[in-house]
Design a protein around this ligand. Structure first.
Ligand code: NIG
Ligand code: FE
Length: 417
């Protein structure tokens, strides 16, 4: 066996081998091996198993070795819903919310997404690249090795392409891998407020074809919400995206119950995201489908809401549940999936094991990938060595970064000790 790196003396190795994706009770199964090792060759895993066995085959004398001294080791975390390319932050809106203004009131007054759009359009590419690169560094420091990354702050053909090209450039030059999503239907931009049908035509006739022709996105997403894109508009736009070979995601039932989850399931979307106000029908529709629910508890937290997505009901109904930060300048500015796991525990009663499934295997499923999120021969060598010995420490010991070492595609990307 040729091995370029051996990670050994692992106290608790979560291989996440087993069902893909995980539903119901299977979300608690983590494929745990104790006293384990992982052997890597190049960017792939070649073996996982008992440390004693693997050390015999490729021990310290024969290849570089990391001794974790009994640590917890997991797959690199996957964030399946982010908006990481933006210019300035919106902490003033955060403070306005503390004083009682709602997210929608701020948006309707010209702030919110439209403000970030004006801002992105007038910011040079070099500045946007530098700012997004810092966010990716922070994701990596927090153990995240792959993110889904949306456009949606351009809302013109030129500026949406600019944002997707930045995502492509970052994917090629930064260790964090990115799965690109076109979100031209994030809002109606200032110049189309009185001509909404005109913007839908622009999306369908010009933007989607341009994105598809340049192969700049894997997914098409939409903000399906009261006052933004209604269900009929969402269906039209997403059906057009399907014709261009894009897979679907939805921002659904985030601020009100509008049947977004049912629409996503009926269009065979890969995921429906947010779902704070999902109905019982919506839960049944997701459970009966292959559409994953991506839950974003940090958004409820940062919006100052007491209402979180009904995760327990979804898990018990058999919905594929994933977790994400939603990292964006408005509703939640955070790059820490571990913090989302903590919120998922306290606010949505998810166990640490369920949360771990939600940020590995189920997050991989939600971004349409089966080569990440699992530690097994042939999979990408993306993993995290934690300053913890047991997975239950992660949601419990919150608000600090417990990542010790990150291996990305077989290379040491972050080393904290
Ligand atoms: O997922 N809801 C729409 N999009 C983002 C917020 C984007 C913003 O406020 O800039 C979300 O919450
Ligand atoms: Fe979002």
């Amino acid at each position: 066996m040729v091995v370029s790196l051996l990670i050994t003396n692992i106290g608790q190795l979560l291989t996440m081998q087993g069902a893909f994706p995980r539903r119901g009770k299977a979300m608690s199964e983590l494929g745990i091996i104790r006293n384990a090792a992982v052997a890597i060759d190049g960017d792939r895993i070649v073996a996982v198993g008992a440390a004693a066995d693997l050390e015999k085959q490729c021990g310290p004398a024969r290849c570089p070795v990391i001794d974790t001294h009994g640590a917890l080791v997991t797959p690199g975390l996957i964030d399946p819903h982010t908006h990481p390319v933006f210019s300035t932050t919106r902490e003033d809106e955060f403070e306005m919310r503390l004083q009682g203004k709602s997210y929608m009131e701020i948006a309707q007054g010209g702030g919110g997404i439209r403000r970030s759009v004006r801002d992105l359009r007038s910011t040079p590419v070099s500045v946007l690249l530098a700012k997004a690169r810092l966010r990716l560094d922070r994701f990596l420091e927090h153990g995240v090795t792959t993110i889904e990354a949306k456009s949606g702050y351009g809302l013109s053909t030129e500026s949406e392409l600019k944002q997707l090209e930045i995502i492509r450039e970052l994917d090629e030059t930064h260790p964090v891998d990115m799965v690109p999503t076109f979100l031209g239907a994030h809002e109606f931009p200032d110049e189309y407020r009185e001509n909404r049908e005109g913007y839908i035509h622009l999306l369908i006739d010009e933007m989607l074809p341009a994105v598809a022709e340049r192969k700049l996105a894997v997914f098409s997403d939409i903000f399906c919400e009261e006052g933004v894109f209604d269900n009929a508009q969402s269906r039209r736009i997403q059906e057009a995206a399907l014709k261009h070979g894009l897979k679907l995601k939805f921002h659904a039932d985030e601020l009100a119950s509008t049947g977004g989850a049912e629409l996503a399931a009926s269009l065979k979307a890969v995921s429906a995201d947010h779902l704070v106000y999902i109905s019982d029908n919506g839960i049944a529709a997701l459970a009966a489908s292959g559409t994953a629910a991506v839950l974003l508890p940090g958004t409820s937290y940062s919006l100052g809401s007491k209402k979180y997505a009904p995760a327990r009901q979804m898990i018990e109904a058999g919905v594929v549940v994933a977790l994400s930060t939603d990292c964006n300048p408005g509703s939640n500015n955070s790059e820490s999936l571990a913090m989302m796991m903590s919120l998922a525990s306290v606010q949505m009663k998810m166990t640490a094991a369920e949360s771990m499934s939600a940020v590995t295997v189920n997050a991989a499923y939600a971004v349409g990938r089966d080569d990440i999120g699992v530690l097994a021969p042939g999979k990408l060598a993306d993993l995290v060595i934690w300053d913890a010995a047991d997975v239950r420490e992660l949601p419990y010991h919150y608000g600090v970064n417990l990542v010790r070492t990150v291996v990305k595609r077989g290379e040491l990307a972050i080393v904290c000790d």
